[in-house]
Design a protein around this ligand. Sequence first.
Ligand SMILES: NC(=O)c1ccc[n+]([C@@H]2O[C@H](COP(=O)([O-])OP(=O)(O)OC[C@H]3O[C@@H](n4cnc5c(N)ncnc54)[C@H](OP(=O)(O)O)[C@@H]3O)[C@@H](O)[C@H]2O)c1
Length: 199
Amino acid sequence: MKILVIGATGTIGKAVYESLKKEYTTVYGAHRNSSSYPVDITDKNSIRELLEKLPKLDAIINAAGTASWKPLYDLTEEDYYIGIKSKLMGQVNLVNIAKEYLNDNGSITLTTGILAEHYEPGAVALSLVNGALHSFVNAASNELERNIRLNVVAPGAIAGDFPEDKKFAGYFPIPIDDAIAMYQKSLTENNTGQILKKY
Ligand SMILES: NC(=O)c1ccc[n+]([C@@H]2O[C@H](COP(=O)([O-])OP(=O)(O)OC[C@H]3O[C@@H](n4cnc5c(N)ncnc54)[C@H](OP(=O)(O)O)[C@@H]3O)[C@@H](O)[C@H]2O)c1
């Protein structure tokens, strides 16, 4: 199985990348500042360039994408567009492009988070894009051809990134291994249109 992990140096992406490397021989790790596999998901050409460079893949996992952290009253339209362009359309464009480059029966796994469903001060713009992505995966997964599967992993705050004794969006942080398990589930089980949550 040939797997691409985007965001492979981040809290989630690095853990997923390293865990998959133990199990599979061909795992590519990409991110903006990578010397081997640079990609910027906010740029369609950059996504296409990377996929052109790689052999046909069996799975793509994305753990990259951002949005503005600001209270509702401070959020400008431009602030919202940061998340729409990065975490939302970055992942939507990835699906649109990746569907041409994946092998039959391939899979795409996106990342959202607890904020799709639960409130955290200052995170309104992230909640917006996470919720939109859940609706996108729910619908788009039905129309992917060649048995290509599309799921999204929605973790709570990751322990280590956040103090373990403090709640984030009403829930205690989760161990990184619980997040990795959701990506594994999306990768290996015959599921599609799933929102894999752990908070
Ligand atoms: N950490 C958490 O507790 C947590 C919990 C739930 C959900 N999430 C979500 O999970 C995702 C990843 O979070 P994280 O905390 O692991 O992030 P992170 O530690 O900030 O790492 C982000 C990774 O993505 C890459 N990246 C950033 N922007 C990119 C872009 N435009 N194109 C390609 N690669 C890009 C970064 O490398 P370069 O800078 O080199 O590009 C890095 O490898 C985010 O959407 C976040 O909202 C995180």
